[in-house]
Design a binder for this molecule. Structure first.
Ligand SMILES: Cc1cc2nc3c(=O)[nH]c(=O)nc-3n(C[C@H](O)[C@H](O)[C@H](O)COP(=O)(O)OP(=O)(O)OC[C@H]3O[C@@H](n4cnc5c(N)ncnc54)[C@H](O)[C@@H]3O)c2cc1C
Length: 402
C-alpha cells in the first residue's frame, strides 16, 4: 500500500483548500441561518468559478466533463471539501448525484447516457434516488411495496417512498420498484428512471429532519408514485437486477460518505482546538486547553481521526486494486467506524464550545443535527456490524469443523 500524495494532487488539494476557506466558509452564516435563495445564487456563482478552475466533478468520468480522479485521489479531495456543508455541492461531487452518475455510467444505455448522464455531470440538472419506503424497514429493502407493472410499452409505478434526498428541484429520480414479484426476493426489483415532471410523481412534502425542512438540494422528500407512467426504455440495467445495481451504487457510495465525514471531523477538530486555546476559564488567564480532560479529548480525537482516515484510504486502495466485492468487509467496517468517530468528534467539539456550540454561530450544531443520520443511512450501524461479524464467524465455523 502506498498512500503517497502525488505532486499534481498536492497542488489540486491546496487549490481546493484555499477555495473552501476563501469562498465557501464565509457563506456559512447565511447558509446556517437558512437564507437559502440568497445562498443558492452565491453557490451557483462559486460553481462557475470551480468550472473555470477546471476542478469540476473531481470523481466523474473525463469523457463526460469530470476530472476522472481515482478513488484514492477523490478521498483526499473529499476530505477537504467535507470541511463545509457546501463543499461537495459546489464542486459537483455530492450525494445522491454521484451514485446516480456511477449507475448511469456503468449501466445506462447510450440514449440514457445522452439524456440523463451528460447533463447531470455538466451540472445542468440534479437527480435523486428513491428506494426507502414509508411503511417498510429500509434496512431490509427486499421488503418493498412499490410496484412497476408493465402496460404496453410503459411501466406504471405505484408506491410511497420517503427520504428521497434532494428530490425538490431534481430533474429525475432513479426508483426501485418491484417488476418481477414472482422471482426470488433478490430478483424482484428493478431500477427505473422517472423524470420528476411525469404525471403521478407527487412530491408530498419535504420532511422536517432534526428541526430543519430545507429546500432544493438540501432537503429530503416524501414521494407518492401514483399511476406514474414511464416508457420501458427507462429501465436501468436488466429487469430484476435492481439489488445487483444497488450493491454497485451503495458500496462505493458508502466510502464517499466516509471520505466526506473525515472532512467534517477535521473541521470540528480544528474548531475544538482553536476554541480550547483561546477560551479563558480562570482569572489567572488559564484557557480550556490547560485542562487535562480537554487535552485527553483532543488526543483521543486525533487518534480516532487518524485511525478512521487510514481505514478509509485502505478501503479505497483495496477497491481500486482488488474490486468492490473483495473490499466488502472493509466498506462495512469504515461505514460504522467513521460514522461513530464523526459523532464523537463533533460532540466533543460542541462540548468545548459550551453554549456557543448549541447556537448556529458555528457550523458544529449543523453537523451535530444533520450528521447524526450517518449511523442510519446506507446501512445502519447494526446491520453493518452484523454483516462483518457473520463474515468473520464463517471462517471460525470452517476452522472448528476441521
Ligand atoms: C438523512 C437521510 C437521508 C437519506 N437519503 C436517502 C435517499 O436519498 N434515498 C433513499 O432511498 N433512502 C434514503 N434514506 C433512507 C435510509 O436509507 C434508511 O433510513 C435506512 O436504510 C434505514 O431504514 P429505516 O429508516 O426504515 O429504518 P429501519 O429499517 O426501520 O431500522 C431502524 C433501526 O433498527 C435497527 N436495525 C435494523 N435492522 C437491523 C438488524 N438487522 N439488526 C439489528 N438492528 C437493526 C437499526 O438501529 C436501525 O437504525 C435516508 C435516510 C436519512 C436519515
Amino acid at each position: 500500500m502506498d498512500f503517497t500524495v502525488s505532486e499534481k494532487m498536492q497542488v489540486i488539494l491546496e487549490m481546493i483548500n484555499e477555495f473552501v476557506d476563501r469562498e465557501l466558509i464565509p457563506l456559512e452564516p447565511a447558509f446556517l441561518a437558512g437564507r437559502e435563495s440568497e445562498v443558492l445564487a452565491e453557490l451557483e456563482q462559486r460553481q462557475r468559478m470551480v468550472k473555470q478552475m477546471e476542478l469540476w466533478g473531481p470523481c466523474h468520468p473525463m469523457e463526460y466533463g469530470g476530472m476522472g480522479l481515482s478513488l484514492m485521489e477523490h478521498a483526499l479531495v473529499s476530505e477537504v471539501l467535507g470541511r463545509t456543508p457546501m463543499g461537495h455541492f459546489v464542486f459537483w461531487c455530492q450525494a445522491p448525484d454521484v451514485g446516480n452518475i456511477e449507475l448511469l455510467h456503468q449501466f445506462g444505455t447510450r440514449e440514457q447516457k445522452e439524456t440523463y448522464l451528460r447533463p447531470l455531470v455538466a451540472g445542468s440538472i440534479r437527480s435523486c434516488f428513491s428506494m426507502t419506503e414509508v411503511s417498510l424497514a429500509g434496512s431490509n429493502p427486499v421488503m418493498m411495496d412499490t410496484t412497476a407493472v408493465k402496460d404496453g410499452d410503459d411501466y406504471v409505478i405505484n408506491g410511497r417512498k420517503w427520504y428521497t434526498s434532494s428530490a425538490d428541484g431534481a430533474a429525475f429520480a432513479i426508483v426501485m420498484a418491484k417488476t418481477n414479484p414472482q422471482a426470488d426476493p433478490y430478483h424482484q426489483a428493478s431500477m427505473i428512471i422517472v423524470p420528476c415532471e411525469t404525471e403521478g410523481f407527487n412530491l408530498v412534502r419535504n420532511i422536517p429532519v432534526m428541526g430543519h425542512t430545507g429546500s432544493g438540494y438540501f432537503s429530503h422528500a416524501e414521494i407518492y408514485y401514483q399511476n406514474c407512467r414511464v416508457p420501458r426504455k427507462n429501465l436501468l440495467g436488466e429487469e430484476g437486477d435492481g439489488f445487483v445495481l444497488a450493491q454497485e451504487r451503495l458500496g462505493p457510495g458508502r466510502i464517499h460518505h466516509c471520505m466526506r465525514w473525515l472532512g467534517i471531523c477535521r473541521r470540528a477538530f480544528d474548531l475544538m482546538c482553536a476554541r480550547a486555546s483561546e477560551r479563558v476559564i480562570a482569572l489567572n488567564g488559564q484557557t480550556l486547553a490547560s485542562k487535562q480532560i480537554v487535552q485527553a479529548w483532543i488526543a483521543e480525537c486525533a487518534a480516532e481521526i487518524q485511525a478512521a482516515r487510514l481505514m478509509v484510504l485502505h478501503a479505497a486502495w483495496r477497491i481500486e486494486n482488488e474490486g468492490a466485492k473483495a473490499a466488502r468487509q472493509d466498506i462495512s467496517l469504515i461505514k460504522f467506524k467513521v460514522a461513530n468517530v464523526l459523532q464523537m468528534v463533533v460532540d466533543r467539539a460542541l462540548q468545548v464550545h459550551g453554549g456557543l456550540g448549541m447556537t448556529d454561530d458555528t457550523v458544529l450544531a449543523y453537523f451535530f443535527r444533520h450528521e447524526r443520520a450517518a449511523r442510519i443511512y446506507d446501512g445502519a450501524d447494526e446491520v453493518h456490524k452484523s454483516s462483518v461479524a457473520k463474515q468473520i464467524l464463517k471462517r471460525y465455523e470452517v476452522a472448528s469443523r476441521n
